[in-house]
Design a protein around this ligand. Structure first.
Ligand code: AMP
Length: 381
């Protein structure tokens, strides 16, 4: 095991959105410097980093120069090209390693890995042709969901098939690429566990958080989730097992469906901090971003202990549609915390920030955070 990277060193992050921003804030609190590389400038991460490098991810000279200037490279999104990580590995530690990205960049590879590890997933079928899709639909039945195997997130590259008659409507959008057909799960709820694994193999976990989505985008998370203790313990155990098998050094989120019989199925992995873990900033001894800093620097992990039940609501661009949000109205509740990501343009569906509320119960925290969000636009809930 390499020696810890001490505070005062420089950390590199690939990708410059809000996850990189919150990582950089945690890193700076611990006394590190942060460099960020992405194709944009004046980014959420760049605004709080020591150095913002604007370059394409496939500009390998720029990537190599970036990696030379840092002790470790981490990332805030999983779709970093393999050549980019390889270029970084020549000059710096890369954590988590390229193997973790490779597995989680493709839904078929991810689900095959999980199945081979004996971990339950949504039933799935690989689809590479129209014939594959017809055969898969015959087995899966409907409703079912067709997803591109690569580069999908927040419901992008997905189509729901209510009946097999919809095959010809849906197929043209997927022809030519690799896809995956999944049974549509009539789930009771969606939960996630954010886990971290240190360079010494130690592991910690947060949650499960309970999540609800609107238009495929996370809307609300709260913890503790309203699931039986046995289900929560199993979700944590599965997350610990995935961290161990993939030898993750860093943070990884596991998203699950809980079906009507309270069986868990993994929907997706994200090898980085996750939107559902944002409430850890205000509710836990060590947040998911500090945990990422500690893990990639080879430091001991911190306690993930949650002090109080908490809920987080995303703030999307549509809240800005008719007028700037009324920030004082939301902040009038002392237990509500505001996080904004420094994005100038509030587009529909764009994650601009989030609110977290703490309370005596998760239900009450959810009620407060939704009331605070409604107050931003002069509504009541
Ligand atoms: P994903 O990009 O795979 O995480 O999908 C985004 C959201 O779509 C999930 O969080 C679910 O709410 C829904 N979804 C995706 N796949 C399925 C499925 N097989 N069955 C039911 N809902 C799904």
């Amino acid at each position: 095991m390499s020696r810890p990277i001490p505070p005062g060193s420089t950390l590199g992050v690939l990708g410059s959105g809000q996850l990189g921003r919150m990582f950089a804030i945690a890193a700076r609190r611990l006394g590190y410097r942060v460099h960020v590389l992405s194709p944009d400038d004046d980014t959420p991460t760049g605004q709080v980093a020591d150095l913002e490098i604007r370059a394409a991810y496939d500009d390998l000279d720029a990537v190599a120069a970036f990696a030379r200037g840092v002790s470790v490279v981490t990332f805030e999104f999983e779709n970093v090209p393999a050549a980019t990580t390889a270029a970084c590995e020549r000059f710096a530690l890369v954590r988590p390693g390229g193997n973790v990205l490779h597995t989680s960049q493709n839904r078929l590879r991810e689900k095959s890995f999980l199945t081979s590890a004996g971990i339950p997933v949504t039933p799935f079928w690989p689809v590479r042709s129209r014939g594959d899709l017809a055969a898969a639909l015959a087995q899966a039945g409907t409703p079912a969901v067709l997803k591109t195997a690569d580069w999908g997130y927040d419901g992008k590259g997905q189509a729901k098939l209510a009946s097999a008659d919809e095959l010809d409507r849906v197929w043209p959008k997927f022809a030519g690429g690799e896809s995956i057909l999944e049974s549509f799960i009539d789930f009771q709820c969606e939960i996630s566990v954010v886990g971290a694994r240190g360079a010494d193999g130690s592991r910690v976990a947060y949650g499960p958080m309970q999540n609800s989505h609107v238009n495929h985008i996370l809307d609300l998370s709260f913890a503790p989730a309203a699931v039986p203790p046995g289900v929560a313990a199993e979700a944590i155990e599965i997350t610990r097992e995935i961290l161990r098998r993939l030898e993750v050094v860093g943070v990884l989120c596991v998203e699950f469906f809980v079906d009507r019989s309270e069986r868990l199925m993994v929907n997706e992995l994200a090898p980085r901090p996750h939107n559902s873990g944002h409430l850890t900033i205000d509710a836990c001894t060590t947040c998911q971003f500090e945990q990422q800093v500690r893990a990639v620097c080879g430091l001991p992990l911190g306690s993930p202990r949650q002090h109080r039940p908490a809920a987080m609501a995303n703030l999307l661009g549509e809240l800005w549609q008719s007028a700037p949000p009324n920030w004082p109205a939301a902040l009038a509740q002392g237990d509500v915390k505001l996080h904004l990501y420094g994005k100038a343009e509030p587009r529909i569906g764009r994650k601009m920030g989030h609110l977290t509320a703490l309370a005596e119960t998760a239900d009450e925290a959810a009620r407060r955070v939704l009331a605070a969000r409604a107050a931003l636009v002069g509504r009541r809930v």
